[in-house]
Ligand binder design. Structure first.
Ligand SMILES: Nc1ncnc2c1ncn2[C@@H]1O[C@H](COP(=O)(O)OP(=O)(O)O)[C@@H](O)[C@H]1O
Ligand SMILES: [Mg+2]
Length: 469
């Protein structure tokens, strides 16, 4: 898919330091930023970068056409865990809320303040998920652990990489025993060493558990999970149609009808997981894959969580974070409906409603809650987006008493046959038209750049990850 190739030429990642640095830089504090950042950037560069940020932020109000700029994959997911400021310890204002709109944090948790807590050091330390390919030499070190019944990586024929993530990569694979003509699979391989370093062990186990719990035509299904001394492996069905991000960046923006179709399939996936008390928390086009017929397959449950009521961990992708997440007010399934509003906007406009290169400015915009619509939005689309982007989660479509029914019965979805949709009987807008094991609709990634992954000392943190094949 040629237009996608150009994406690899974009600056895909920033270092964690850069993000923390950006967090330090308030949009209206250029002079201060100039003083604070002499190490890495000249004052002119800082000012230029801020100006560019502002220019980009004008696009939703019609100032600059963001779509004339190359679309870059959001390489950043964030995950901030502050166990001891959960609940009301910080008076309801979270660590990010404290910094949004201020150059220095002031409303940080009291006990953290007393001990000289530095919000930005903390932000730097805990921000994770820069999607840098750390690469893995799959050939090296696949010693099987003694867990009965589990598969091993040697049981698979591995083909090429279709995605890279924070701790490893996803590769097309097939069971050796079933042969090269068998059903293709996607193997997500995570380096244990990186998982431990990024404090992701619990998260990866939860990802495996949640994938095992899900059973929806719009969510990738898990075949099995296993581990060896160096890596964790999640074996899933392979979606050959690329991701929705590819569709949006190739076409610039989607039609109202196409956006409605994809959003509807995502809403059915949400209906399924919310019934299981699972909150997804990382909706974005990059995590929405298309299967061989073009139907949505939600992947990447790395931030999903079983939540009875509320949770506080700050995680997700900046453009898609709900205000209650940013403000650390405790969040639940409402964040997924908020993110659906952002997604509908992004599909129709080609950019997110609160877009900016500086995450702190994104958070300011989210909290300000102003969404500007361009001409391509029809009245019904505007209305559903406004209802999904309600700051008060209790009034948000999907979160009120009627649950997902409010979303389904909204005029924007008028005429949509939900029964047929739920059975995958409505023809998707895009038909991949490639063999089931074809990888051409994904970006190309370099294979195996470095030596084998290190063995981790304490394997007990991964107990419970593996399942039988
Ligand atoms: N089941 C799958 N079929 C095809 N490609 C996949 C599948 N799962 C993931 N990928 C590709 O791998 C990328 C990274 O996987 P993901 O689970 O999102 O990892 P991370 O948690 O690191 O973001 C995805 O964006 C997608 O391109
Ligand atoms: Mg992902």
């Amino acid at each position: 898919m040629p237009p996608r190739a150009s994406l690899t030429q974009q600056p895909r990642t920033q270092s964690l330091g850069d993000v923390a640095q950006q967090a330090r830089t308030s949009s209206h504090d250029v002079a201060k930023a100039q003083k604070q950042q002499p190490r890495t950037r000249s004052s002119n560069e800082v000012a230029t970068s801020l100006r560019e940020s502002r220019q980009l932020s004008e696009t939703v109000t019609g100032g600059v056409d963001r779509n004339s700029l190359p679309k870059t994959r959001r390489s950043k997911t964030i995950c901030l865990n502050v166990p001891d400021c959960q609940g009301d310890a910080d008076g309801g204002a979270g660590p990010l809320a404290a910094s949004v709109g201020k150059a220095e944090p002031s409303a940080v948790p009291v006990e953290k303040k007393r001990s000289g807590f530095d919000l930005f050091r903390w932000f730097e330390e805990y921000t994770c998920g820069s999607h840098v390919c750390r690469s893995s030499n799959i050939g090296g070190g696949s010693e099987k652990l003694n867990i009965s019944g589990q598969a091993a990586i040697d049981d698979f024929i591995l083909y090429n990489t279709v995605g890279v993530g924070a701790c490893g990569r996803v590769m097309l694979a097939k069971w050796k025993s079933a042969g090269a003509k068998s059903e293709p699979l996607a193997v997500k391989m995570l380096r244990k060493h990186d998982v431990v370093q990024q404090k992701f062990a619990e998260r990866v186990k939860v990802e495996r558990q949640i994938l095992s719990m899900c059973s929806s035509p719009f969510i990738v299904s898990l075949t099995c999970a296993f581990e060896d001394a160096r890596r964790l492996y999640l074996v899933m069905e392979y979606a050959n149609g690329g991701d929705l991000f590819g569709q949006i960046s190739q076409k610039g923006k989607l039609s109202n009808n196409d956006a409605r179709f994809y959003a509807a399939e995502v809403s059915l996936a949400f209906e399924h997981i919310h019934r299981l008390n699972i909150v997804y928390r990382d909706l974005k086009p990059e995590n929405l894959l298309l299967d061989f017929e073009g139907h949505i397959k939600v992947t990447d449950f790395g931030f999903a969580k079983v939540v009875a009521d509320s949770t506080w961990t700050l995680c997700g992708t900046p453009d898609y974070l709900a205000p209650e997440t940013i403000q650390y007010r405790g969040h639940g399934r409402g964040v997924d409906w908020w993110a659906l509003g952002v997604l509908v906007f992004e599909m129709i406009a080609g950019s997110t409603p609160f877009a900016d290169d500086n995450p702190m400015i994104i958070y300011q915009k989210v909290l300000a809650g102003r969404v500007s619509f361009t001409k391509q939005f029809d009245l019904k689309a505007k209305d559903i987006i406004k209802r999904l982007l309600k700051k008060d989660a209790k009034k948000r479509v999907g979160c009120c008493e009627a649950g997902p029914e409010d979303y389904k019965s909204h005029d924007w979805n008028g005429g949509l046959d939900w029964e047929r949709l739920s059975k995958r009987r409505i023809k998707p807008p895009f038909f991949p038209g490639v063999a089931k094991d074809n990888t051409s609709l994904y970006e190309k990634y370099p294979e195996s750049l470095e030596g084998s992954a290190p063995v981790v000392g304490d394997n007990s943190v991964f107990e419970g990850f593996s399942t039988s094949a």
